[in-house]
Design a binder for this molecule. Structure first.
Ligand code: HEM
Length: 467
C-alpha cells in the first residue's frame, strides 16, 4: 500500500501556531518535504497540501466523483444558511450552481462596467490628496457599493444605508481570525447552544447576531421585489427572483436570502483585497505602472490591464488555498491520502511555482502576454478549479479592471512606505499588512474619455433618483 505523504512531526498545536504566517509556513514545508506534504491543525481533519497545478488537477478530479467540499466550508460560515452554494454538496449544490451562474456571467453582467466606473469615480473624488490613507478601506467601500447596487439592486437611499451598515457589521463579525481558527465542532456547538448565544463576547454570537440584523432587512427587500415583479431588472437579485430550475421551480425566499449572503461573503472582501494588492504591487513597480499608464493614454490598455490584474492575483493570491474533504482514498503522486482527509491545492504555493512562473517574486504582467500566456495560465488558480471554480470570477475580474482603470485616470499613487507590505491572514484571505497605504496626487491622464450621460444599467430610471 502506498505510504502517507511526508510532513511535519510537530504536535498539532505547534503547527497551528505557525499559521500566524501561513505563506511562510507552507513555503517552509514545501522546501522541506516537496510538492506533496501533510499537516495537522488543532480541531481540523488531517490535511494534505499540494504545490503544483498537475497535483491540483488530481484533487479537482474528485469534484466529478462526489466529495464534501460544501460540508467542509459550512462549519466556517453557518450564517450563510443551508442552501448556500458555498456550503452545499450534491444535487442541491448543482441545482443552485445552474441557477446562479447565468446571473453572474456574460451578457448578464455586460452592462455593469459603466456603473462600476461611476461608483469608483464617486469614491475617488473623496480620497485625501497628498497624505497617507488606506486604499483597502476605500476598496471595501467601492466593492460594497457595487454589491448593494448591482447584486442586491438597492435603489432607495435609506434602505441602502441600513443594509450597508448591517452588512459591514456582519463582514466585520464574521471575518475575525479568532472565529476562523475556532475548530468546526466548537463553532457548531456555539451556534446552536442557547447558553453560548447568550454570551455576547463569543465571536460566534457576534456573527449570529449580525446575521439576524441583515436578515430583517433582506427578507423585507426580497418581499418588496417580489411584489414589484420587475421583469427587466438586471441586478442579480432580480435575475434570481425570475430564475427557474429544470423542473420550472423558482427559488424560495430562504434560498434567495442564503445566496445573497453567499455572494456578499464570497465576493466582497475577496475583490476588495484583490484590488488592494493590485495597487500595492503597482505602486512598488514603477515600470509596470508607467507602461499601463502609457497604454491607457493611447487607449490601448485592455490587454495589458488584464495581464496586470492576473499578475496581481498570482503574486499576491487573495485566498491561500481551499480544499476538498475526501470521501474515498486519493492517490497523489507516490502517496495515498485516506478518506476523511482534506486535500488542498495551495494557491499561495502553486502561484509561486518556479516551473510555471520563472522568478516568481517579480511582478511581471508580461508573463500573461503573447506566447507566455499558455504555461502561465495553466497554473493560474487564484479562483480555484474543478467544478467548484469561483462562480464570481468573471465579475471580480471585470470589477478589478474597471476600478484600476478608473483610479489611474484620476490620481497618481505612490506608496507611503517603499517597503512591500506583508501578507497577513484575515479569515480565509491574505490582506496587505498595512491595508495598502498610499498617497494620492491629482494627475488626470492626458487622454480623457468623452463625458457620458450617467445611466444605471440595473434600473434604467437612473441612480440619482434613488439615492
Ligand atoms: C478577487 C476576487 C475573488 C477571488 C480571489 C475568489 C476566489 C474564489 C475561490 C478560490 C473559490 C473556491 C474555488 C474552489 O473551491 O476550487 C471561490 C468560490 C466561490 N466564489 Fe469567489 N472569488 C472572488 C470573487 C468572487 C465574487 C465577486 C463572487 C460573487 C459575487 C464570488 C462567489 C463565489 C462563490 C459563490 C463560490 C462558491 C462556488 C461553489 O462552491 O460552487 N467570488 N472563489
Amino acid at each position: 500500500m502506498p505510504p502517507l505523504p511526508p510532513g511535519s512531526r510537530q504536535p498539532a498545536f505547534l503547527q497551528t501556531f505557525h499559521m500566524r504566517n501561513p505563506v511562510r509556513y507552507f513555503e517552509t514545508l514545501r522546501r522541506r518535504h516537496g510538492p506533496v506534504f501533510r499537516m495537522k491543525l488543532l480541531g481540523f481533519p488531517p490535511q494534505v497540501v499540494v504545490a503544483n497545478a498537475e497535483l491540483a488537477a488530481e484533487i479537482y478530479r474528485v469534484d466529478g466523483e462526489g466529495n464534501l467540499t460544501g460540508a467542509l466550508r459550512a462549519g466556517y460560515v453557518p450564517w450563510l444558511g443551508r442552501h448556500s452554494l458555498l456550503t452545499n454538496d450534491g444535487e442541491e449544490w448543482w441545482r443552485h450552481r445552474k441557477l446562479l451562474s447565468p446571473a453572474l456571467h456574460g451578457k448578464s453582467i455586460a452592462s455593469y462596467p459603466e456603473l462600476i466606473a461611476e461608483i469608483a469615480a464617486e469614491d475617488i473624488e473623496k480620497w485625501p490628496r497628498g497624505k497617507p490613507f488606506s486604499l483597502r478601506e476605500h476598496m471595501q467601500t467601492i466593492t460594497l457599493e457595487i454589491i448593494l447596487r448591482l447584486v442586491f439592486g438597492v435603489r432607495d437611499a435609506a434602505q441602502g444605508d441600513r443594509l450597508r451598515a448591517a452588512l459591514m457589521a456582519l463582514s466585520k463579525a464574521s471575518g475575525s481570525p479568532a472565529l476562523f481558527l475556532t475548530p468546526g465542532w466548537v463553532r457548531t456547538w456555539a451556534d446552536r447552544s442557547p447558553l453560548a448565544l447568550r454570551l455576547p463576547f463569543l465571536p460566534t454570537t457576534r456573527a449570529a447576531k449580525a446575521a439576524d440584523a441583515v436578515d430583517d432587512i433582506l427578507f423585507g427587500e426580497i418581499a418588496r421585489r417580489r411584489d414589484e415583479a420587475d421583469e427587466k431588472a438586471t441586478d442579480v437579485l432580480g435575475r434570481l427572483l425570475r430564475a427557474r430550475d429544470d423542473q420550472g421551480r423558482p427559488l424560495s425566499d430562504q434560498e434567495i436570502r442564503d445566496e445573497m449572503l453567499t455572494l456578499l461573503e464570497a465576493g466582497l472582501e475577496t475583490t476588495a483585497t484583490g484590488l488592494s494588492w493590485t495597487f500595492e504591487r503597482l505602486m512598488r513597480n514603477p515600470r509596470v505602472l508607467a507602461r499601463l499608464q502609457e497604454e491607457m493614454e493611447r487607449g490601448e490598455e485592455e490587454v495589458y490591464l488584464d495581464a496586470v490584474v492576473k499578475e496581481a492575483l498570482r503574486s499576491r493570491p487573495v485566498i491561500f488555498g481551499l480544499g476538498r474533504l475526501l470521501t474515498k482514498p486519493l492517490r497523489l503522486d507516490a502517496y495515498e491520502v485516506p478518506a476523511g482527509w482534506v486535500a488542498i491545492p495551495m494557491f499561495s504555493l502553486i502561484l509561486q511555482d518556479r516551473e510555471a512562473y520563472p522568478d516568481p517574486g517579480e511582478f511581471r504582467p508580461e508573463r500573461f502576454l503573447g506566447e507566455n500566456t499558455k504555461p502561465a495560465q495553466k497554473s493560474f488558480l487564484p479562483f480555484g478549479g474543478g467544478r467548484r471554480y469561483c462562480v464570481g470570477a468573471q465579475l471580480a475580474t471585470m470589477e478589478m479592471k474597471v476600478i484600476t482603470r478608473e483610479v489611474l485616470r484620476h490620481v497618481r499613487l505612490t506608496p507611503a512606505n517603499p517597503a512591500s507590505e506583508a501578507q497577513r491572514m484575515w479569515h480565509a484571505t491574505l490582506i496587505p499588512g498595512k491595508h495598502a497605504v498610499a498617497v494620492a496626487r491629482e494627475q488626470p491622464l492626458k487622454r480623457q474619455q468623452p463625458a457620458q450621460e450617467s445611466k444605471c444599467p440595473v434600473h434604467p430610471v437612473g441612480p440619482e433618483q434613488g439615492r
